[in-house]
Design a protein around this ligand. Structure first.
Ligand code: C5P
Length: 422
C-alpha cells in the first residue's frame, strides 16, 4: 500500500456548483481541495453563475470552468464528457433541492448533471436549501435514491438559513466536505492485493426437471459486497446462486445454482482466498433424490424426503489455520436474531457474522436497504441504522479490513518494558 493513502495529491476532482446562496462556500471548498494538491475542475449550473462568476473559480483553479452543457474544450472535445471521464471524484456543493431531483431522475440538462450522469467516479453531494425543502418527503426520497446509487451525502447542518429562519439546510462546512472526499480516497485501494470470494443469491434444489425448493434471496447484498470489494482494489470471485440482479462487472463469476454446486465452487476457491463472505442463502435441505422425469399428479398427496445439505461455510471453518480465509457469514433470522447469530458464529468457526431480520415488518430479503447487526467473538460490533446495501457493504469491509490487517500484521519483537521518566 502506498504512503499517501487518503491524500488528494494529484487526484482529479470535479466540483459541481448549483444555484444556491451557499455557492460562495464552494469557493473555499475549491481552494481547500487545491491546497491539498487536487487538480480541481469546476462545473456550474446556469443558476450558480448568478451567485458566483465562473471567473472566480477559473482564477483559483487556473482551469476553464464548464458552465455550458454544449461547450467544447480546446481540442474540440465535449467538455462535460472529458471531465466526466477523467474525474477521480465528483463533489456537488452546494446541491439544491432541484439539482438533487434532477440527479435522482437521471436528467442531464446542465453541465453539472451531465457530468454526474456520464461519470462512474464516486460522487459526493452536499445539499443546501431551506429547511422545509430539505424535510419534504420528495427531497428525502431523492436523497435515498442517490444513496442507493452509491453516492455519499454530506448532510446539511442546522443554523441560520437564507430565509432568515433557523433550521436544518445549511451547507456543511467546506472542511467537512473535504474530509469526506479524502476518506473516499483513503478507502480506495485498501483491499489491494487481496483475493476475495463472495457468495450471493439463493440456491434451487431440484425436485424434478421443472420444480425445485428455493428461497426469495435476490443476491443484492452479496452483489453490493462484491462490488465494494472490487472498488477497493480486491480481486473478486463472485459465486452466484440464483439472483434477481446482474453480477457486477470486473469480477469473475462462477454460477452455482444448487447447494452442491456452490459447495464445490466455494471449496475450490477457498484455499486461495484471503477473505470469504458467504452472503448466499444456501438451502439447508434438498430432496433426497431428484426425479429425472416430471412428477405426475397422482390420486393423492406427494411426500418428498429432504436431506440436510452440507454446511459449506462450516467446512471452510474447519480448514487448518494459515490456509483458512477470514470468514464472514450471514444469519437471516425471523426470531432470536442475536442468540442465533452468536451461536452460528461459534459453531461454524466464523470471524464475523452479519445478522439480519427476515419475515417481519421489515424484510431484508429483496430489499435495497438493510439493517444489520454484526457480531465478532467479543460480541456486537455495529450500531448501524437502516442503510442502502452498498453502504452496509462499505461499513462491513471497514470492519473486515481492520480485523484482517490486525490478524495478519507482521509480528514485532517485544521490547523490554522501560520505566517512564518524567
Ligand atoms: O442457513 P444458515 O442460517 O445456517 O446460514 C448461515 C451462514 O451459513 C450463511 O453465511 C450461509 O451462506 C452459510 N451456509 C452455508 N451452507 C449451508 C447453509 C448455510 O455455507 N448449507
Amino acid at each position: 500500500m502506498t504512503e499517501d493513502r487518503g491524500s488528494l495529491a494529484g487526484r482529479r476532482v470535479v466540483v459541481g456548483v448549483s444555484g444556491s446562496i451557499a455557492a460562495y462556500k464552494a469557493v473555499s471548498l475549491v481552494r481547500l481541495l487545491a491546497e491539498r494538491g487536487a487538480i480541481v475542475d469546476v462545473a456550474m449550473t446556469p443558476a450558480a453563475t448568478e451567485f458566483v462568476t465562473p471567473l472566480t473559480f477559473a482564477s483559483l483553479t487556473h482551469r476553464r470552468v464548464v458552465d455550458d452543457v454544449m461547450a467544447l474544450d480546446a481540442d474540440s472535445q465535449i467538455a462535460h464528457v472529458e471531465l466526466a471521464e477523467g474525474a477521480d471524484a465528483i463533489v456537488i456543493a452546494p446541491a439544491t433541492a432541484n439539482l438533487l431531483a434532477e440527479l435522482a431522475a437521471g436528467n442531464a440538462g446542465n453541465a453539472v448533471t451531465a457530468i454526474a450522469l456520464a461519470s462512474r467516479a464516486p460522487l459526493v453531494v452536499a445539499p443546501a436549501m431551506d429547511a422545509g425543502m430539505w424535510t419534504h418527503p420528495a427531497t428525502q426520497r431523492n436523497i435515498e435514491t442517490l444513496r442507493g446509487f452509491g453516492h455519499r451525502v454530506v448532510e446539511p447542518e442546522v443554523g441560520a438559513l437564507a430565509s432568515g429562519l433557523t433550521g436544518v439546510g445549511r451547507l456543511a462546512e467546506p472542511d467537512s466536505i473535504v474530509e469526506v472526499v479524502e476518506r473516499l480516497f483513503a478507502r480506495a485501494g485498501d483491499l489491494e492485493g487481496l483475493q476475495v470470494v463472495v457468495s450471493a443469491g439463493g440456491t434451487r434444489e431440484p425436485i424434478d426437471p421443472v420444480r425445485f425448493i428455493g428461497n426469495r434471496s435476490s443476491g443484492k447484498m452479496g452483489v453490493a459486497i462484491a462490488e465494494a470489494a472490487r472498488d477497493r482494489g480486491a480481486s473478486v470471485t463472485l459465486i452466484a446462486g440464483v439472483m434477481s440482479v446482474p453480477p457486477p462487472r470486473g469480477v469473475s463469476v462462477v454460477d452455482a445454482s444448487t447447494a452442491a454446486a456452490m459447495r464445490q465452487a466455494v471449496l475450490r476457491s477457498a484455499s486461495g482466498a484471503d477473505v470469504l463472505v458467504m452472503a448466499a442463502a444456501v438451502a439447508d435441505f434438498a430432496p433426497k433424490r431428484a426425479s429425472s422425469s416430471k412428477i405426475k399428479r397422482g390420486g393423492g398427496d406427494l411426500q418428498i424426503d429432504l436431506v440436510a445439505n452440507p454446511d459449506i461455510i462450516a467446512e471452510v471453518g474447519e480448514m487448518a489455520d494459515g490456509t483458512r480465509p477470514f470468514l464472514v457469514g450471514f444469519a437471516a433470522e425471523s426470531d432470536e436474531l442475536e442468540a442465533n447469530a452468536r451461536s452460528k458464529l461459534r459453531d461454524k468457526g466464523l470471524d464475523l457474522i452479519v445478522g439480519n431480520k427476515v419475515g417481519g415488518p421489515f424484510d431484508a430479503i429483496g430489499s435495497d436497504e438493510n439493517k444489520v447487526i454484526v457480531f465478532g467473538a467479543e460480541g456486537e460490533l455495529s450500531d448501524w441504522p437502516m442503510l442502502p446495501k452498498r453502504q452496509v457493504a462499505e461499513r462491513l469491509w471497514d470492519l473486515i479490513v481492520d480485523r484482517y490487517r490486525k490478524a495478519h500484521a507482521p509480528e514485532r519483537p517485544e521490547r523490554p518494558a522501560r520505566s517512564r521518566r518524567r
